[in-house]
Design a protein around this ligand. Sequence first.
Ligand code: ADP
Ligand code: MG
Length: 678
Amino acid sequence: MTGETSIAELKGVGPALAAKFTILGLKTVDDIVDNYPRVYQDFSVITPISQLRPGVVTIQAKVQHVSGRYVRRGMHITEAVASDDSGSMRIIWFNQPYRAGAIKADHDYFISGTYELSRGRLSLMNPSLELASEFPLNTARIVPIYRETKGLTSRQIRQAIKQVLPYIAQLPESLPNWLLTEQDLMSRSDALRTIHFPDSTNQLAVAHRRLGFEEVFRLSLASLLNKQENQSAPAVQIPFDQKLAKKFVSNLPFTLTDAQRAAIWQIYGDLQKPSPMNRMLEGDVGSGKTVVAAMAAIMVMAEGKQVALMAPTELLARQHAATIHLMLKPLGFDTQFSLLVGSMTAAQKAKVHAAVSRGDCQFLVGTHALIQDKVDMKNLALVIVDEQHRFGVEQRKTLMAKAGHMPHVLSMTATPIPRSLALTLYGELDISILAQKPGGRLPIVTELISPNSRAQVYQKIELQLTAGRQMFVVCPLISESSVLDAKSAEAVYDQIRTKDFPCWRVGLLHGKLKTEEKTAIMQRFVNHEIDILVATTVIEVGVDVPNASVMLVETPERFGLAQIHQLRGRVGRSTHQGYCYLLLSDSSAPSKRLRALSSTSDGFKLAELDLELRGPGAIYGTIQHGALDLRIAKLSDTALIAAARTSAQEFIDKNEDLLHYTQLNSHVTRLRTVTNLN
Ligand code: ADP
Ligand code: MG
């Protein structure tokens, strides 16, 4: 038997049952070994019959007087008497007529089931029963319960796992021995056996720790190796020009916050080094990341090198272009600056392409197409990526091929990333945080609105609109769905335009619209030719309309907390008080999650809470858990994460050769290439 052996070859499985396993994605021996139980049922305590109490019990007894009969059509009863040294009791099985013929009178059995009242007598109802002389699968142990499917029960899965126990027993270790000793970890083969058939709850915890540790260790090792590789690549050193920095700052209409200063200082430090920067600038919506990015860019331009800024949408790219262009003007850098987006005409694009390859254009802003396109940026030294959670290794390599060297990379995100995630998922990045917001902003008032208070909220909104403000309405879906019980942008748009706010100009914005349509509608909202913009989360990233002061979120239950937090940042961008109304879809008490939104404006706290309550998917709606490979480890287990991360660093410091660890190597190699997590 090897890991690749088909399940169909196992004793008692066969092609028909193997087909059921396939439904669960299980084809080979390794697949079922890797298919961890969902939960366990503890049948491990064997109780003398005389001491039984109602509930889930296990006894060890002989079974006699087995008899079966039909009590009525379709209802068969098997009755028996179980006896041990302490006493006797009744067992009943419903509709299992084969029982009578299968029980040997003079053998000892383990019997596990529910001991409860049946027609006035305490009996053991529908128990599992196994010969005490054999390895118990379904009784007298902590019994694993798996994901099941029609025609495939946990009982059958246990039977299959039992067949592969000899294979598990000889599985080689995947981690270095020194690490097992140092971290007091169970061996891999013991851990895998234990996770399927634990000897005790304690042992199960030890196995969990071992397997969870390995998951985080792999992830940490992958990110540290990526970091090491990045740092060993040569980069263009960008000297710091203090005069230029001072000139830039003196032309700003505001003074930088301390957080902005600190971040810029770190970035300038990175740029002077001979290895490429790989830094993430993390800051809440409105914390002022753009100016930091612009300050990084000017040093590079002054050195005669090129900068590319990539935004996830054309809308955002245009907005950045406008803002940054203004900042560069006083320095005389504005003529070296261009926008390149998909909706430009071929002639316009060609002109930009030419300017870029001549080196006349030093700062190019656009969407991701910037790096895929035939853009020829030989002098590219800095890439700024906005609102991307991670700019992957592969993409960096594409750039390296283009520029002939690894450029410095600055990623910017408004998503607050809890420390545990930052360490595992983003371990290869250095992080700067803008924890402080520029002064003068009022915190956004967030209220949870039950369905029957809608009318009152609408009155408050009328007042805002009458005072000249604008409103966003955010919906989780574009079109009505027959499966999902959530409001769609199209339906809400009709409702608002015709019934709720017929006197105001209403627009609709969603991801299915053509780029030109999106840009046109957004532009009309910016120009205040539209009062109410009904949209999906396409507005989530970066859109800046200071006059918008109200946000309505329909079916907020369907959004992650960090996502709503990011959304509401759209209305906190000026001196007008911002309001965010979460229109709950039913009138029962709102969840702890949603209530947190009205009680805190700390994005980090909200992200931590979502991580705890709903897992990482809630923070990054589209993140692939599979890619993370975390099935056992909890990102909330900070001790485990810290230990695994330290160990990964130690592995590198010891100059361990990953090739000596076949298993580990294949996982780490795959994780290193998992790039687009957003
Ligand atoms: P984000 O971090 O969300 O990208 P922006 O860079 O768009 O934030 O900045 C939001 C707004 O705050 C912009 O209008 C910007 O001009 C302004 N801003 C940035 N830094 C400061 C500051 N130090 N003081 C006052 N306003 C600032
Ligand atoms: Mg921004």
